[in-house]
Design a protein around this ligand. Structure first.
Ligand code: NAD
Length: 337
């Protein structure tokens, strides 16, 4: 393909606007051909100054707009299923922001729809798989030098939670990234979840259970724990330590600029994910564009998206009911073997 890949971006909020900027200014081989958002003002602002990008309020109009060859879904999770199925009907390749679909039943319908097509069309936006530190940890674990992984200790902290953030969202929105990262790093499904609830921080909005301590069991007997704390107040921190039979490896320690002045030194801490994972988002979208132009689909599959939604759903049940909840997964279609 010699021409630029024409991308329709669905949703022009935080992520959509950032992806539009990325496609327009950072990534090579693609252009923004259309944008859809029920909030026309947002959509127009997001593509201001971009030649040839049409603005729509309805998703089908954006998918059918001239020059659209692929779709980047950055609308809220509950809108993803309809958008994915509409893209599949048109044979359009998709990069869908996480979650694939928040409810596992809807995510499974997407898996089944793609399996019926008999070929992969969609990739899910679990961008940590494109982060340089995560990639180093993955190749270290896969290389076997540290022996079998026994545990992952993970930390996921945000400065503050946005309005409307619920206790369930700590598990099914924030921890969804750790769910995918753990499945990918360990190469195993997560089979059971327990959520422990320390006393909430007095800095958390009233009735928000924040922080939480989530423990996953894996199919091969490893344990994954996640401290998720979305009103920590000081920074966006994502860490992961793999403890293996012959050693451990940790990523996510800050390696930002250190400013030293009289009496002390001060190390920068990223304040949000768009900063911490900026390179990962760039690599993710570039890899998607490159693969799409070559007629291939790589990256996290809709099966990965479904599994993450199913684990997150079990996690929310564990949070609400207490105790240990097992994860039920449908049979995996051959397409994702
Ligand atoms: N990968 C990551 O690290 C990461 C980080 C944040 C958000 N996300 C995901 O990105 C997606 C968007 O999140 P956000 O933070 O940008 O939300 P947002 O609320 O800032 O923006 C969502 C936008 O979508 C628009 N919208 C609503 N319904 C729509 C529809 N049916 N079709 C098209 N547009 C529609 C809204 O008007 C809004 O402008 C979510 O799936 C979220 O989980 C991913």
């Amino acid at each position: 393909m010699s021409e630029l890949l024409g991308v329709a971006v669905l949703g022009a909020g935080h992520m959509g606007t950032d992806h539009i900027r990325r496609i327009d200014q950072v990534v090579s081989g693609a252009r923004v051909a259309a944008v859809a958002d029920p909030d026309t003002g947002r959509a127009k602002d997001a593509v201001a100054g971009i030649d040839g990008a049409s603005v729509h309020t309805e998703v089908p109009a954006a998918l059918d707009a001239p020059g659209v060859q692929a779709v980047l879904i950055a609308s809220p999770g509950p809108a993803h299923e309809e958008a994915l199925l509409a893209a599949f009907e048109r044979g359009l390749p998709v990069l869908c922001e996480k979650p694939l679909v928040p409810e596992s039943a809807g995510a499974l319908r997407v898996v089944e729809a793609e399996a019926r097509l008999g070929r992969r069309l969609a990739q899910v936006g679990f961008m940590r798989r494109y982060d340089a530190e995560y990639q180093r940890l993955k190749s270290l674990l896969d290389g076997g030098r540290l022996g079998r992984p026994l545990m992952l200790h993970c930390t996921h902290r945000n400065v503050s939670s946005p309005p409307g953030f619920t206790s369930a969202m700590l598990v099914n929105s924030s921890v969804s990234h750790e769910i995918d990262a753990a499945r990918w790093l360990l190469g195993q499904e997560l089979t059971a979840v327990t959520v422990l609830r320390p006393r909430p921080s007095s800095n958390a909005p009233e009735s928000l259970l924040d922080p939480q301590f989530v423990v996953f069991e894996t199919a091969d007997g490893a344990l994954v724990d996640v401290e998720v704390f979305v009103n920590c107040g000081f920074g966006y921190q994502v860490r992961c330590e793999a403890v293996c039979e012959s050693g451990s490896a940790r990523i996510g320690d800050e390696h930002a600029m250190v400013v030293t002045t009289a009496g002390g030194a001060n190390e920068e801490v990223a304040q949000d994910y768009l900063v911490r994972f900026a390179d990962a988002y760039d690599r993710e979208v570039q890899a998607w564009v490159d693969a799409t132009r070559a007629g291939r689909v790589t990256g996290p599959s809709v099966w990965d998206g479904y599994a993450a939604s199913a684990v997150a759903e079990a996690g929310v049940r564990a949070l609400e009911n207490g105790g240990r909840v097992t994860v039920e997964l449908a049979p995996r279609p051959d397409l994702y073997a």
